[in-house]
Design a protein around this ligand. Structure first.
Ligand code: FES
Length: 274
C-alpha cells in the first residue's frame, strides 16, 4: 500500500495501536485524515517534510555501530529496549542534533520493538528534537530564579540580535532558540544551554559576545568545572572566592576504571557510554 503524500503519524501515545507495521510500514488510512489532525496537539504528530519522511534512509556509521554494541552490552539480551534512550541520543548526535522518523525506526529495529515504542520515548523527552535545529541550539532557562536575575532581558537580546523568537531558527540556519524550564544551574542565573554546554551569569553584553563567537565558529571552551560563568567567576564562587568545601574533594568510586577524580569536561564526557 503506497504511503500517502501527506502522511501524518501520531507520536507519543500507544492509544493508536497498529499505526505502523514495522515490517511493511502500512499506514492506517485514519492517520492522514483531517479528523486526526484536528484532535491532537501538533507536537503529537510527525508530518512528512522533504528532509523527514519515512521513505528516506538512516543508518548508524560503522564507527557508531561500535558504540551501539557497547551500549547494548550493558543490558541483558532480552532487555535491549533499555538502550532506547542512549541509542536515540547517539542517532541524534550523528544526525546533527535532531531525530528524523527514520532514525527512530532504525533504533526500533535494533532494539527489536515496534516503532511506536521508540516514538513514545522520543516525543516524551525534550532532549530529543524531532525537527531540524540550527547548528547552535540555545535553550534559555526562563524559570523563576533565572527570570528574577534577568532571563527576559537575555531572551529579548537574543531575539533582537538573531531576529528570531523562541522556537524559531535563524535564517542562516546557525541558531535555534527555545525557552525551557530550569536547567539546574540556578546559582549562576541567568543562563543558557548551548548544545551540550552551559553558559552562565549572562548579561546582554556577554550573550551577544557569545553569539558572535558562535558565528565565527569558536564558542568559548568550558571552564574548569564544566560550565562557563560569563562574568569571569569560577564555578559558583562569589566575589570572595571559595568560602566552603575548601578541602580536597573525595570522589565516589563508581567502578574500577570509573571517575578518577578529574572533572575536566572532556573526561566526564569520555566517562559516558560513548
Ligand atoms: S532557574 Fe534557571 S537554571 Fe534553574
Amino acid at each position: 500500500m503506497p504511503v500517502p503524500a501527506n502522511f501524518v503519524l501520531r507520536l507519543g501515545s500507544s492509544s493508536l495501536t497498529s499505526v505502523v507495521s514495522r515490517q511493511n510500514r502500512i499506514v492506517s488510512s485514519l492517520i492522514g485524515s483531517n479528523i486526526q489532525k484536528r484532535n491532537f496537539a501538533k507536537a503529537s504528530f510527525h508530518i512528512n517534510t522533504p528532509d523527514n519522511k519515512i521513505t528516506l534512509n538512516f543508518d548508524f556509521t560503522d564507527e557508531n555501530y561500535v558504540l551501539v554494541r557497547k551500549i547494548l552490552s550493558k543490558y541483558p539480551n532480552n532487555y535491549k529496549k533499555s538502550g532506547i534512550i542512549p541509542l536515540l541520543d547517539l542517532a541524534q548526535r550523528q544526525n546533527g542534533g535532531w531525530l528524523p522518523v527514520v532514525a527512530m525506526d532504525k533504533v526500533a529495529d535494533i532494539v527489536e520493538v515496534e516503532p511506536i515504542r521508540v516514538y513514545e520515548v522520543a516525543s516524551f523527552y525534550t532532549m530529543f528534537n524531532r525537527t531540524k535545529n540550527g547548528k547552535y541550539f540555545i535553550q534559555l532557562c526562563g524559570t523563576t530564579p533565572c527570570m528574577i536575575c534577568g532571563s527576559e532581558e537575555i531572551k529579548k537580546t537574543i531575539e533582537n540580535h538573531l531576529d528570531i523568537k523562541s522556537g524559531e531558527t535563524s535564517k542562516d540556519g546557525l541558531f535555534t532558540l527555545l525557552e525551557v524550564e530550569c536547567l539546574g544551574a540556578c546559582a549562576n542565573a541567568p543562563m543558557i544551554q548551548l548544545n551540550d554546554d552551559y553558559y552562565e551569569c549572562l548579561t546582554p553584553k556577554s550573550i551577544i559576545e557569545l553569539l558572535e563567537a558562535c558565528k565565527k565558529g569558536v564558542p568559548p571552551p568550558m571552564g574548569k568545572w564544566g560550565s562557563l560563568p560569563m562574568n569571569g567567576q569560577v564555578s559558583c564562587e562569589g566575589p570572595s572566592g571559595k568560602t566552603s568545601l575548601i578541602g580536597n574533594p573525595v570522589f565516589p568510586k563508581i567502578r574500577e576504571g570509573g571517575f578518577s577524580g578529574s572533572v575536566d569536561p572532556k573526561t566526564v564526557k569520555d566517562q559516558m557510554a560513548y
